[in-house]
Design a protein around this ligand. Structure first.
Ligand code: NAD
Ligand code: UFG
Length: 342
């Protein structure tokens, strides 16, 4: 079985490529490296001792997608490629709509032309907006609060319309909660290009000393300690969720939707403490105003994925913090070659 992984050089994509190779899938990666390094894939090959094919290609260039499908007999696509910075999507919405929507349309058109109609799409818990109750189930109402989230919602709707028009499509919409952590080897992990927007990469930069302190966005939420609560999921558990989804896709299920989360919520302060314990480093922080657009709390009901896919997240908060720290400390400058320690 040959799987095309768009965005495969990125954070979640590289971890998924690794698990695909471990399961003996053949892997073809399409990535324009706009937010990643090819070195992630070199390391995936080193860890697994297996090879994969990499195309430095852009989903906005349809001819490049056609070339990949002409040269490979693809059985299914896992579609990670997209821009994901919520704040940037608010200030440059057209960039997000163009890249995420047009890129996806190009991909779907080529898949249709080559009669490859199996796709797993990276959606997000952001499509639930501010949920009326917790935990969040897949049939909760959907909404978007920013252009990034709107691209996820729009792509989900495009895929559902596509299925309505042609029942030969098999589509898995995977709604990720908050991916964190890194492969236990410490060789691949999350490597934001700029100052991180997300909590765990930020904490990790503070621990290593490249950022002075963390700003905690609000301690006046209606939560156990007043700080925001999220369902953090180890990226390896998340990658394994994709591995469990593929066989389901090949049973011709039509459109299926799954939450990929742990079902457990942790507060910002609990994350800081967890990271402190695993790293042995102090994490200086100050409480600042709430970040506009943030919700108080969000965690998944992951039972549907357990029942249908026999998948559940197994890694603990300690694993998430330990593996993030292991990656950070071995790669203080991420994939940037000149400063690598290992
Ligand atoms: P990432 O930025 O590390 O990976 C995305 C990859 O897509 C990058 O390697 C980038 O170079 C590539 N890419 C972007 N636009 C492209 C284009 N036009 N053509 C080719 N390649 C392109 O992000 P990630 O955290 O690995 O996220 C993967 C997917 O999961 C994204 O769709 C993201 O929206 C979704 N998601 C992520 C999170 C999260 O918190 N990390 C949460 C929910 C959903
Ligand atoms: N937080 C801080 N300080 C920071 C960063 C975050 O206090 O410097 C807090 C936030 O207020 C929130 C929690 O830490 O309470 C988690 O914030 P993240 O930015 O790590 O994650 P979000 O839940 O805000 O957003 C993430 C992804 C989105 C995705 C969403 C739902 O970044 O792309 O999960 O899946 F849409």
């Amino acid at each position: 079985m040959k799987i095309l992984v768009t965005g495969g050089a990125g954070y979640i994509g590289s971890h998924t490529c690794l698990e695909l190779l471990n399961e003996n899938y053949e892997v073809v990666v399409l990535d324009n490296l706009s937010n990643s390094f090819e070195d992630s894939l070199t390391r995936v090959k080193n860890i697994t001792g297996k090879s994969l094919d990499f195309y430095h290609a852009d989903l906005l260039d349809k001819e490049q997608i056609v070339k990949i499908f002409s040269e490979n007999k693809i059985d299914a696509v896992i579609h990670f490629a997209g821009l994901k910075a919520v704040g940037e999507s608010v200030s440059i919405p057209l960039k997000y709509f163009h890249n995420n929507i047009t890129g996806t349309l190009n991909l779907l058109e080529v898949m249709n032309d080559f009669n490859v109609k199996n796709i797993v799409f990276s959606s997000s818990a952001t499509v639930y907006g501010d949920p009326a109750s917790l935990p969040i189930k897949e049939d909760f109402p959907l909404s978007a609060t920013n252009p990034y989230g709107r691209t996820k919602l729009m792509i989900e709707e495009i895929l559902e319309d596509l299925f309505r028009s042609d029942q030969n499509w098999n589509i898995a919409l995977l709604r990720y909660f908050n991916p964190v952590g890194a492969h236990e080897s410490g060789l691949i992990g999350e490597d934001p290009f700029d100052i991180p927007n997300n909590l765990v990469p930020f904490i990790s930069k503070v621990a290593i000393g490249s950022l002075p302190e963390l700003s905690v966005f609000g301690n006046d939420y209606n939560t156990s300690d007043g700080t925001g609560i999220r369902d953090y999921i180890h990226v390896v558990d998340l990658a394994l969720g994709h591995i469990k989804t593929l066989p389901k896709l090949f049973t011709n299920p039509g459109v299926v939707i799954y939450n990929l989360g742990t079902g457990i919520g942790y507060s910002v302060l609990e994350m800081i403490n967890g990271f402190k314990e695993q790293s042995g480093k102090d994490i200086p922080y100050k409480i600042v105003d709430r970040r506009p657009g943030d919700i108080a709390a969000c965690w998944a009901d992951p039972k549907k994925a357990k029942k249908d896919l026999n998948w559940e997240a197994n890694k603990t908060l300690a694993d998430m913090c330990k593996d993030t720290w292991n990656w950070q400390k071995k790669n203080p400058n991420g994939y940037r070659e000149s400063n690598r320690e290992n």
